[in-house]
Design a protein around this ligand. Structure first.
Ligand code: ZN
Length: 318
């Protein structure tokens, strides 16, 4: 992050997004003038957004992300406003379709009435691809909005990995992964690059570590511990997200999908050994690394991701 609440990278000059749009345009058909072909062909530029809650502007506590609390109404409203800033900026920059997957908890946080009127909402849970449900090879870019750092990160709002009560760590091919990395590999499986990550300073740092220097990050808060942060003013934070979207779409032509090498070795560290026992007893081909750690191999990333989720689902809460 070079500047708080600003896109982390200096922006390439010029109308690079025009180049993106032109990439998607078919060449003019025989006998058809070029200008007629351009005006007739409106190629789709689809953007997929996965929106979590812990990294949303204003959020510092689980009461703001948990239905049934007095503060939850604020949290879900802020969530819609952050994602709407991203949707609006994407459409203004030339996106033709935006799909938003609600990716937190019950995955029914965003009130459809509160979402940008031109965005399509994927709502509810469980979903086969969980936080990435709806992504496929037709999308030009993926944005991860409101994300949080991995379990065990210092000075990170509500740090965890998939399940706070079960997961101590997840490693993919030997590298400890935040959710953003596990999900970016799903997008990468379909050839879609993650172009933007928003959340606190810690998740922005981890986005750069996992995805490389070209991903645009926007920090909307800087954590003091796990449950307090210095907040970017809400309007400024959302302008920062919008600027980040525009920067991300400009640099899209040079961005590569995140594709870790197969075969995939997943390692799941649990908090307690009783949680590892269930996977070791019930799921074939598990390697017991130690009392509270299982590992397994997968040739196909989505197969491995599904096994990982099954192991987490089987584990009793602490
Ligand atoms: Zn969440």
């Amino acid at each position: 992050m070079s500047r708080f609440a600003k896109p982390s990278r200096s922006l390439p000059a010029g109308a690079a997004l025009v180049a993106i749009v032109l990439l998607f345009q078919a060449p003019p058909a025989a006998g058809q003038s070029k200008s007629a072909a351009i005006s007739a062909a409106k190629p789709p530029v689809k953007v997929f957004i996965s929106v979590d809650m812990e990294g949303i502007s204003g959020i510092v506590h689980g009461d703001q992300t948990t239905p049934g609390t007095a503060e939850y109404a604020d949290g879900r409203k802020w969530m819609a406003q952050d994602v709407n800033a991203a949707v609006d900026a994407a459409l203004a920059a030339g996106a033709t379709e935006v799909v938003v997957n609600d990716s937190h908890g019950s995955m029914r946080n965003i009130d459809p009435d509160d979402l940008h009127p031109r965005a399509v909402l994927v709502s509810g849970s469980p979903k086969p691809l969980s936080m990435m449900q709806g992504v496929d090879g037709s999308f030009a870019a993926c944005f991860l909005i409101g994300y949080h750092a991995k379990a065990g990160t210092e000075n990170a709002i509500l740090d965890h990995t998939i399940s706070g009560s079960v997961v101590r760590h997840v490693k993919l091919n030997g590298v400890e992964m935040p959710e953003l990395g596990l999900n970016a590999a799903i997008a990468g499986y379909y050839g879609v690059p993650v172009a933007l990550v928003t959340g606190d300073m810690a998740v922005c740092r981890q986005a750069g570590e996992v995805l490389g220097k070209d991903v645009v990050t926007v920090a909307v808060k800087e954590a003091y511990g796990r449950l307090a942060a210095k907040l970017v003013p809400m309007g400024e934070a959302r302008r920062g997200i919008a600027d980040g979207v525009k920067a991300a779409l400009r640099r899209l032509p040079g961005l590569k999908p995140f594709k870790p090498a197969a075969p995939y070795r997943f390692e799941l560290g649990y908090h307690v050994s009783a949680q590892a026992d269930m996977g070791a007893m019930l799921v074939p081909k598990m390697e017991r690394v130690d009392a509270r750690t299982l590992a397994f191999a997968a040739e196909d990333y989505i197969d491995g991701f599904r096994t990982l989720r099954a192991l987490i689902s089987l584990a009793p809460a602490r």
